[in-house]
Design a protein around this ligand. Structure first.
Ligand code: ADP
Length: 296
């Protein structure tokens, strides 16, 4: 079983002719509200593929929180670990102009109140999970506690997004650490001495994770472990909206690792799922079933 520990946000989207400058008011389209947040996205992506999935997260005692819980349950996610209250539900305020460029303000809200104590109190979820997958839209100290609460035989997957320098204890637990190009650059920091993704994968691996995956959008991905660096081809698709593709990739990879796939096998499967996710608009709304991913 897969446990996702992470954020849940309501994405509030308004289309505008032009994004407003300081002090300016512009009129936009009707508001659309979408379930999002990297944790929520990962849990829905895995459940849609057929994975037994639980989410440990925090939402507010408000309409957005109920919307997010409904979306998780509709996808088949076990929401017993979704805590309610403490702050308003996390929100992303998104304006999108006709060229597709956006401006985004995120209020972490309840996501910022998911504490190490909340993680310790969820012990039974950790014992039931072969794989635990996390991102960084919750406090870093909470991610550190996730690492400390892992069951002895379970595997830890981290997508460090938004990227921050990671403590050695967290890096050492990652199997794999999954980064896109932007995240690789930030995590590498001063160690970014090459423009070749193969080198990023090797240098990241030397920082302590047991394995590393670098995702390269339409170029697919790289997997790196003690066995070396290997390229995972992408699937050629007509990209409509890449929102949430990385979350779908990570969820699919984490689930497949739990079923016994090798890292390269799991990444090849995840590349199909990521590709399927870019063929439809939205994040959670775009995630494929296993049949849809295999049909690609
Ligand atoms: P993120 O969404 O985190 O920036 P990427 O853009 O690297 O991550 O996408 C994650 C994965 O989704 C890629 O490794 C790839 O497998 C798949 N993917 C993303 N964009 C495309 C695309 N245009 N065509 C095919 N596959 C894609």
């Amino acid at each position: 079983d897969l446990l996702v520990v992470g954020s849940a946000n309501a994405d509030l989207v308004i289309g505008v002719e032009r994004r407003p400058a300081a002090g300016e008011t512009v009129l936009g389209s009707d508001l659309s509200v979408h379930p999002g947040g990297k944790g929520g996205n990962q849990a829905v992506a895995a459940a849609r593929l057929g994975a037994r999935t639980a989410l440990l997260a925090r939402v507010g005692d408000d309409g957005h929180g109920r919307l997010l819980l409904d979306a998780q349950r509709a996808a088949g996610v076990d929401t017993v670990g979704v805590l309610v209250g403490g702050a308003p539900t996390g929100v992303a305020l998104i304006t999108v102009d006709p060229s597709g460029d956006n401006s985004i303000v995120v209020s972490p809200g309840a996501n910022g109140r998911l504490t190490p104590g909340d993680v310790r109190a969820a012990g039974s979820l950790f014992h039931a999970s072969r794989v635990v997958s996390t991102q960084l839209e919750i406090p870093l100290e909470t991610v550190v506690e996730v690492v400390r609460c892992l069951a002895p035989d379970s595997r830890f997957v981290l997508n460090p997004s938004p990227p921050l320098p990671l403590p050695p204890e967290v890096l050492a637990a990652c199997d794999p650490l999954i980064v896109n190009e932007h995240e690789a650059r930030v995590i590498l920091g001063d160690a970014l001495v090459s423009e070749r993704p193969e080198d990023w994968a090797r240098i990241l691996l030397a920082k302590g994770p047991r394995s590393v995956v670098v995702t390269l959008g339409a170029e697919g991905a790289l997997v790196a472990s003690g066995a070396g660096v290997a390229r995972v081809p992408s699937v050629k698709v007509e990209a409509v909206d890449t929102t949430g593709a990385g979350d779908a990739f990570t969820a699919a990879l984490a689930w497949r690792l739990g079923t016994g796939d090798s890292l390269a096998e799991a990444a090849a499967y995840a590349a199909r799922v990521g590709a399927a996710a870019v063929t439809k608009p939205g994040a959670q709304e775009s995630y494929p079933t296993a049949a849809e991913a295999e049909a690609l």
